[in-house]
Design a protein around this ligand. Structure first.
Ligand code: ZN
Length: 577
């Protein structure tokens, strides 16, 4: 049992203005964390206790799934990152330092390089595979805009695991084991998550899932079907367009219409008194430095991940104004596919577009009555645009897609052989042939998971902790600490609970009851035992459940059993099926 007066619980009546979302405000107000500088936080005792409990759940489930815990350095030689070519890709977000011998080091944002180097040295034979190594460790990212407390910080704790297998069946088994472990971890932490298909880069297939917490504060777009289980990150989601494709005057020939200063989709749609969907948005990109015209319906955004894959290019960027004028002959805002001499790639949702409107490739003019197949030279068709809410489901064909926001708390990913090839992580098979190991990687943002629980589980009065990760499970609150019998009864129940293994916080402060009750709700410990003079006179203690606000009473000698029963109910909610 810890006495409140001896614990460090600096609660705040008001959240500092910088805290924009409820979970960040509550972590500060309940005295769980304090900011040192932008994106850098200290865990105070209560925050640290909850963090340790989340870590313990992660550790138990990783061990249960057969992964082996290690601890790798946070500081890495830069040359290791150069060997896989990732230094060039990630150098903007990596903290780079030098030691006294002027050797270049980086602070790791992730550990594929380090773990693969380890396995390259320690694994020689197929008999040592499969193997899955994990750690719970601090990572570093030089975020441009750290925000939302622990959600996007410069320093954060992750669990990262890396599996090494001999064949694709093995990879699938490792992946499934981690997927199941993740479902159990989040359930045990009291977090409702949704596994969504995520972008896989060159791997293809459903080789990557993100575990998302649906929340308005989420920085990721999530698309889900209202009829089946299909759910995907917006970056990856496919949608079946259900809009019109043949518009008025579809059979007429293209005609130039003056549209002075109408450069935006909305501006042009308003001018023609039509919907943005009738417009063909034309963007000029440089793919490996060569210009290409990219067409999508006017009501959709280009998805650069999909575009990059369709173009099979290494570098992709929007062309600058000079290049746009050069290839279209018009200032920015008036590009269209008709008459272009550079390659044209079009979103498949534009197949069959007739009677459409595009830029005319001359200043202040648009082209109407465009039949895309008839009037333009489309070299390639592909899925190039984001799915929109209201699109048809690509999986079941019945449902409609809905857009949500999500916080990514976990990611499972089939990596393939990119790192094992670059760093020589291989093994000798039973025939003595040298083979390359196939990898998977699996991350959980531990500090982010902790904050996500609060984002998902709070009310107007404060945090509502799941019993599994609450800093303390029970708060014993003597209403008047100057009243002898009150203190005696309160200390007795606290001691009984502690002896039975409960973590107990004892509010021994000589404060007004209102202050103590408010603080108790703010802290949000799952079970509270109020001990007061009035209750004792009636022969009862009060047992309050934070998540429902339900107040139960029990005679002092039955209070222990009543708390145990309440705790058992609360544990049910965080027990995996
Ligand atoms: Zn569906």
């Amino acid at each position: 049992m810890i006495r409140w007066s001896q614990q460090l619980i600096p609660t705040l009546r008001e959240a500092p203005a910088e805290a924009e979302i409820p979970s960040h405000q509550l972590m500060l107000r309940a005295g769980l964390i304090r900011k040192l500088a932008g994106g850098l936080y200290t865990f105070l005792p209560l925050g640290h206790r909850a963090l340790r409990k989340v870590e313990q759940i992660v550790r138990e489930e990783m061990d249960r799934a057969g992964a082996l815990e290690v601890l790798m350095p946070a500081m890495h030689p830069q040359e290791l990152w150069e060997q896989t070519g990732r230094f060039g890709v990630l150098k903007e977000v990596m903290f780079k330092i030098k030691d006294r011998q002027e050797r270049n080091l980086v602070l790791g944002p992730t550990h594929e390089e380090v773990v693969t180097d380890l396995v390259a040295h320690e694994v020689q034979s197929y008999r040592q595979l499969p193997i899955n190594l994990y750690q719970i460790q601090t990572k570093f990212r030089d975020e441009i805009r750290p925000r939302f407390g622990l959600m996007r910080a410069k320093e954060f704790i992750m669990k990262d695991a890396y599996s090494f297998d001999m064949n694709l069946e093995g990879v699938e088994r490792s992946y499934r084991a981690m997927y199941t472990a993740y479902e159990r971890i989040f359930k045990r932490a009291g977090l409702r998550t949704k596994a969504v298909e995520a972008d896989t880069g060159a791997m293809g297939g459903s080789a990557s899932h993100e575990f998302m917490v649906l929340a308005d504060a989420g920085e990721d777009g999530v698309i889900e079907c209202d009829a089946c289980a299909y759910a995907a990150n917006l970056e990856r989601a496919e949608g079946v367009g259900r809009g019109e494709k043949v518009f008025a005057d579809a059979d007429k020939t293209p005609a130039v219409v003056a549209t002075p200063n109408r450069k935006t989709i909305t501006g042009v749609a308003t001018f023609f008194q039509t919907t943005p969907a009738r417009l063909i948005k034309t963007l000029i990109y440089l793919a490996d430095e060569k210009p290409v015209a990219v067409l999508v319906p006017g009501d959709r955004e280009v998805n650069e991940i999909k575009l990059k894959r369709a173009l099979k290019c290494a570098a992709l960027a929007l062309a600058d104004d000079v290049m746009i004028s050069k290839v279209t002959g018009a200032p920015v805002g008036f590009a269209g596919p008709v008459g272009l001499t550079i390659p044209v790639i079009a979103d498949e949702k534009l197949q069959g577009y007739r009677g459409a409107i595009t830029g005319a490739n001359q200043a202040d003019a648009h082209l109407v009555n465009v039949d895309l197949a008839r009037d333009a030279q489309v070299g390639t068709w592909g899925d190039l645009s984001n799915a929109n809410a209201g699109d048809g489901c690509p999986r079941c064909g019945q449902g409609q897609l809905v857009a949500k926001r999500g916080i990514e708390v976990g990611h499972v990913f089939k990596l393939g052989t990119k790192y094992s090839e670059a760093l020589g992580a291989g093994y000798l098979d039973p025939d003595g042939q040298r083979k390359i190991a196939i990898m998977g990687c699996y991350g959980i943002g531990v500090t982010r998971t902790l904050q996500s629980v609060i984002e998902q589980s709070h009310d107007a009065n404060g945090i509502v902790w799941p019993i599994s990760i609450a800093p303390y499970q029970v708060e014993v609150l003597p209403i008047n600490v100057a009243h002898g019998p009150t203190m005696e009864a309160a200390l007795k129940i606290a001691a009984e609970l502690e002896a039975a293994g409960f973590d107990v916080l004892f509010d021994d402060r000589d404060e007004r009851p209102g202050v103590k009750f408010k603080d108790a709700d703010l802290l949000g410990l799952p079970i509270r035992v109020n001990v007061g003079e009035k209750g004792l006179a009636k022969g009862v203690l009060e047992i309050k459940l934070r998540h429902t606000g339900e107040m139960r009473t029990a005679a002092p000698e039955q209070a222990f059993a009543a708390v145990q029963a309440a705790a058992a109910e609360l544990r049910q909610a965080v027990t995996p099926a």
